[in-house]
Design a protein around this ligand. Sequence first.
Ligand code: G4P
Length: 524
Amino acid sequence: MEKPIHDEIESRRTFAIISHPDAGKTTITEKLLYFGGAIRDAGTVKGKKTGKFATSDWMEIEKQRGISVTSSVMQFDYDGKRVNILDTPGHEDFSEDTYRTLMAVDAAVMMIDSAKGIEPQTIKLFKVCRMRGIPIFTFINKMDRQGKEPLELMEELEEVLGIESYAMNWPIGMGKEFLGIYDRFNKRIEQVRVDEAHRFLALNEDGGLAEPHPMEETSYYQQALEDVLLLNEAGNEFDEERVAQGELTPVFFGSALTNFGVQTFLETFLQFAPSPQPRQTKEETDIDPYAEEFSGFIFKIQANMNPMHRDRIAFVRIVSGAFERGMTVTVPRISKTFKLTQTTQFLADDRETVNEAVAGDIIGLHDTGNYQIGDTVIGGKSSFQFNALPQFTPELFVRVTAKNVMKSKQFHKGILQLVQEGAIQYYRTLHTEEVLLGAVGQLQFEVFEHRMKNEYNVEVNMEHIGSKVARWIENEGDVKESMTGQRAMLVKDRYDNFVFLFENDFAMRWFHDKHPDIRLYSLL
Ligand code: G4P
């Protein structure tokens, strides 16, 4: 490694971009990778019209549906920092995957479409970030189009999301009349469509332009100046500590598509985004990133990422210490040790073998079926487990069988692997051993069916049994089969825990009245 380990760790910035679909997450990711030198031309990651696709869109189904289903990781260096961007699926049916990814980052960038404002999926994802108390940076996108008034957007942020905000910059006009941004933080104006040498205009002490400029004559400039003075008077103060606590979100306006304001955003973001943070264990201790012992947790497992490599990769967020290729780690859940020789790092257009990585980084471990989502890996003698990753209570269920009974072996293998990946949840009926699958969103079933066919060569029958209210049981020992019925089905989950699937809320309440001593609970 080039620097001492401590400095290496301190230089890491690991974050995810969250947004409602179509706000511009892919577009800005592409621009960030471009600035980081990870891709050569800012058009190679994704262009739905050009037929090229983001490296994160590795699955056939994503191409067909034009949605980003799975999360991926991209890494680049900028300004002495090593940046890890974790991509998240925008579609709400894959929220569980996104939630797990958010456990692996230290900050989030929230993209908002200036014409749409705060959308439903933004609210959901924002809440998870809030729960974790991670810093949230807001990028209000598409200023090259006519959108809502900036003050209205700021108000919406505070009212709908309940987070205080600080505008780092302010748009001067928008749409066809978008002239640039008034950069409060760097005390300059950045103009659009102006060559590099004349792009920035300095501001004076009073906040006006230092040198006379034709822009001053426009109503857009006058309006922006008025707004900024209002913000100076009545807005929140910038407070680095509150940003770090996730209580105040710095807001940036820009246009990802025309690549305006993105570089300034990146530079300011890297200055305030936190370096790797500690993580709590089930034993309620904090593991410090600078601790000597290597540790991390698996937040994602992805099979068959690339048809060229038919393999499975477990994504590890390194929490502490340094990873070296060939090291031996323990997985406390199964008390097994593994020598890590086949490991992967994620650069934008390639998968490279990684030899060394430190806290904050994400590495991919080659997996032959040993790992599970949520597993802790430790490089030393300690034994602890990081807090469990969130699991959702599924609401939709199907009964699934192989169309061809001769394919039973492949069928079970496919299900096992997709369940271990967290793509879908597994349940089985008690005596008949029928396989039920649970999901948060319908698309998960479609992805399941598609992948079973394409990756495991098994066609499946899926019989919808509709939505159910799933409840786990605190005092499992007290459950009797006589308590079950058509409207309260008893099944087992993949860990062999009992789960009741109630027809609806009414059936659950009825059950509760009849068996008040059975203590039911739901997951997230
Ligand atoms: P997502 O990953 O958040 O789902 O959004 P994505 O980047 O795919 O962007 C969604 C659409 O919004 C794309 O248009 C993209 O070109 C457009 N877009 C992103 N940033 C900006 C911006 O700053 N200004 C404007 N005007 N548009 C922006 P599309 O027509 O759906 O896709 P494409 O065919 O252009 O790729």
